[in-house]
Design a binder for this molecule. Sequence first.
Ligand code: ADP
Ligand code: MG
Length: 440
Amino acid sequence: MAKPLIVCRDLSIIYNKGKSNEFKALQGVNTDIYEGEYIILFGASGSGKSTLMYSIQGSLPPGEGTLLIRGDDIYSYPPSERVYFQRYVMGIIFQSFNLIGSLSVLDNVALPMIFCDADRTTRERRAQSLLERFGVGHVSHKIPAMLSGGQQQRVSVARSMVNDPKILLADEPTGNLDSVSTQQVMDKIDEINTFDRRTIIMVSHNAAHLSYAHRVYYLKDGFVVREVVNPQRKQIKPVREGETIVTELEQLARLFPYDSVDTLRVKSMVNYLTQQYTYDQLIRLEHAISLFIKGKINKDTFIRALILKLEQGGVEIEEKEAKRMAHTAELLMHQADDIRRFRAKKDNDDIFFSQHKLAERLKDHLLHTHGMNLSKEQNENLVEMIADRVTGVVEEAQFNERLMKGVRGRGLALDTKEADGLTRYFEKIIAQGVDVSYKS
Ligand code: ADP
Ligand code: MG
């Protein structure tokens, strides 16, 4: 069996030891990282992620416990050997890029090669070819300040690779980037793992990044509280017999990365009691629905994705059920457009539907999908209630209550079951149609 590349055993790191402000940033940490793995150290700010990374990098000796890389205690190396290790075994990328402002991009990338035997031309050629690989070859003569953040970070990815390190460390490399640059940098780092087969250790607190990794170590208050295997990636770390029993929790942890193990157990039970689908199927279904909702695939493609076998990348749902799902989803999305139209700000009168007409149409959607017929009075009351609910004048519970109130009390006189069914469906339409902005 392959031996781990990096081993931490009962590792503790104490800042300001023996002083009044002594602080244990890591306690009893155990990790085994194998060659070729993509590992994410995940956790809230201050949980000890960077501390663990810099300890592995050779800049923070363990207070207690051991840290072995390729079987060696790097902190026992003489200084020259430790420098060699940091320069040729480890590459590093920082959140704030750490490029030298007075040097050209090319010189920034070529600089770490200055201590090797290669002559200047060879060094510059290698730097240029790496810059080109990471999509910043055309700016190699500029100084870093003239580049965008995303470009600067891709320059520092090139720099980290210049001495062909075995292990790439990255401390929140996308923390200062917009979403497009983040995607570009994440894709490049992913390529370094899958194509160049380098071991990656990345510090992140972005849950969207977890799917890149083979495994995630969750840190909290200096402890590794959980280790989660990504079931979507073929594992490098040998899985011991009996360990596969946690697979379901691992899958759950992917769906709900912030939940505790107790909460995940509850979810597991609820899922079993209420749903016929496995977590694999749910993850695939979410993906397909997300594409469908965003209009990236049409209904037929959506249905095909639902029917396709799991091993072919599908959700493996029966054809009849898949068609029902697609029909309902399409209906909801279509009806939700009227919610959007209703809420759209209107500054002029040349609109095809007045608010009232839209509320009436929403009412017709509701009655039609529920096969209901109402009296004239009931119809009028429902239109009014719909307008009140969409504008937020009443809440879900009040809407539901009014459905059960008598017609004279401006209600609909429905029974509980009918009212609940209608309310639930209407809330789904609203959820699809109301665009929430979390920014104030
Ligand atoms: P993270 O990267 O998860 O945000 P860090 O590893 O940077 O966390 O820090 C973990 C804890 O150790 C924090 O509470 C931080 O304040 C503390 N800490 C980090 N560096 C030092 C230092 N040089 N001296 C004292 N305390 C530190
Ligand atoms: Mg940090």
